[in-house]
Design a protein around this ligand. Structure first.
Ligand SMILES: [Zn+2]
Length: 258
């Protein structure tokens, strides 16, 4: 996030210690979220995956993490998952869609429908500009599509009575966030329309992976204004530490209250 200097970050004590360290370095996380409803068991985004190759970030190649063991130990074995939702089709959101068995990529969640945005899917299928992105599509998206497990959905798709998608475009052309309404309470899973709580302070802070920077900034401004000072729990797809909090106004800025 080039515009967020260490000096700027240190001026924002509410970021420390959860979202930045004392030196002003930002902390982030790559994780999956599981949403359980009376009808469905939904994994939102699937991280980096194991055994993947051709990734631009060196440490994202040939990983051998205990993701599935951890999920199983938490009570969510892969075969119990009936829905996988990809907020978008970037490398750190589709990795565990598949796993390597022998020399083949097979769906990690064999009993799940994989929900992907129609626009998003088409964009990445037709994108041949960068080898690393083509590799992601080939090993983490195409195999589940070929297995007949993908449902292409619109950006305002409703999954259950409690869970629906909302379009939050800019980071990618078909990006969605996830609205949860349950027993009188509300939550929003961000996906990557934002990456770090410092963007509440300045929605103009962008990361280089935003496909359309101006649209991404406009989306952040719109969503922040809509959710500020509401009881909605904001659950960050890349927020470190406590991962979730309430969005509050702070003068002419916003911050996350955890
Ligand atoms: Zn991401």
């Amino acid at each position: 996030m080039p515009l967020a200097s260490n000096e700027e970050i240190r001026k924002l004590p509410w970021l420390i210690p959860h979202f930045a360290n004392e030196e002003g370095r930002l902390k982030m996380s790559i994780h999956s979220l599981v949403v359980e409803t009376p009808a469905r068991r939904i994994v939102v985004d699937t991280g980096l995956g194991n055994d993947k190759e051709g990734r631009r970030v060196p440490t994202w190649n040939n990983r051998a993490g205990p993701f599935l063991e951890t999920m199983t130990a938490a009570g969510f074995p892969p075969e119990s998952i009936d829905t996988v939702l990809c907020t978008h089709l970037h490398v750190d959101h589709v990795g565990w869609n598949t796993m390597l068995v022998g020399d083949k990529w097979v769906p990690t969640f064999p009993k799940a429908r994989y929900l992907m945005g129609r626009v998003e899917f088409r964009h990445w299928r037709e994108q041949h500009g960068r080898d690393d992105m083509a590799a992601v599509f080939a090993d983490s998206v195409k195999p589940v599509h070929d297995a007949g497990l993908v449902d292409l959905v619109e950006t305002n798709h409703r999954i259950t009575n409690e869970i629906s998608l909302i379009p939050t475009l800019g980071h990618t052309p078909g990006h969605v966030s996830v609205r949860i309404s349950s027993q009188g309470e509300e939550a929003l899973i961000t996906g990557d329309f934002m990456h770090h709580p410092i963007q509440f302070h300045d929605p103009g802070f962008s990361i280089s992976a935003d496909v359309d920077t101006n649209a991404a900034i406009a989306t952040r401004r719109r969503v922040f204004a809509e959710y500020a000072d509401t009881p909605t729990l904001i659950i960050g797809t890349h927020f470190a530490g406590p991962t979730a909090g309430k969005l509050v106004r702070d003068g002419d800025r916003y911050r996350l209250h955890v």
